[in-house]
Ligand binder design. Sequence first.
Ligand code: PLP
Length: 380
Amino acid sequence: MKHPYAHYRPLFPVLASKIHLASCSQGAISKTVSESIEAYMNSLLTAGGNWNQAKKVVEQAKYSFAKLIGAEPNEIAVLCSVSDIFSAIASSLSFEKGKNIIVTTDMDFPTAGHVWLAQEKFGAKVRFIPSQQGVIPLEYYERYVTSDTLVTSISHVCYYNGFKQDLKAIADIVHRKGSLLFVDAYQSAGQVPIDVKKMDIDILAAGTRKYLLGIPGISFLYIKAELAEKWKPRVTGWFGQEDHSKFNVHQIIPAAGTRRFETGTPSFISAYAAAAAIRLLLEIGVENISSYLNLLTQFALDYGQEKGLHTVTPLSAHKRGGITAFYVKNAGQIESILKERNIIVSARNDVIRIAPHFYNTQDDIRQAIDELTTVLTANK
Ligand SMILES: Cc1ncc(COP(=O)(O)O)c(C=O)c1O
């Protein structure tokens, strides 16, 4: 298979010495991201302070993320982590009797369960949709989301096996029942096309460490403009105010749009990384990345099965993102052995996840699967 993005490979120094297939955990860092981080540091080292410039870069990062998901920039806020976003949303809700159910799934990242369960103290009740052989059947949303559901909180792409959900179809169901749709897009943003308007998503969260090719410390929250302005967040601070430069300690005047969900000074260094990283993704185009990753994932599944590996990833292309998970006992130990052999993959419980990005080749995957099967045979 021809690699359409071969000319980008020199931009990622790690690829010179390693096979990097762990975008579901930490994407490879490009020289442009590294230069952007250096620019931040240099401005501190040489100019002493860089407040206004750093705030501009945060705005650039928001603007780029908004473009990536088809939102308006004023519908985006920056927080530190996706977990922080869950808490910011959860603490803005009131759980009235008759409208206090939070529906989530057993395929969501644990943070979803943790934050929602923590709200039971305030009147929420959490209902988990059980998965069936590595997927959540669409009809389960008809069954589990009821008129007393306040929020349906789901992942776009599942961190464990790459299962991808049909967000528009789910939005139609949950909206008909009067529930909001909150999407954790940490495993899809940057690799799967997202259009929050067409998909009719109310709230969406994504961090920058994985397919967005940045570093930890910043995450993006999207809330539909008309919805954000109905809320007065209880997790708040000076960055969430209409004008933080007024230093008004006596009053809360929430900012227009989703910015009201911001709290304090963001991680500027992570924003510099994010702005450069998302610029590159926009240049290539997520549609293009997604089409290429589809081919690589199909190859990973076919080749892995040919080598006798068992996958827990859905076989049909429209039900998966770019993650292929193979069932492996002692996955953490196998991940470490492969790392010693310069192959970076990512373990979760009982699976090894192979998660390429546009910079990977088919040969990267072949070599990783060959080495994985060699290690498994030797460790039988
Ligand atoms: C789907 C998903 N959601 C949330 C998280 C947690 O993100 P954070 O550490 O930014 O809270 C992860 C981390 O791996 C994830 O994969």
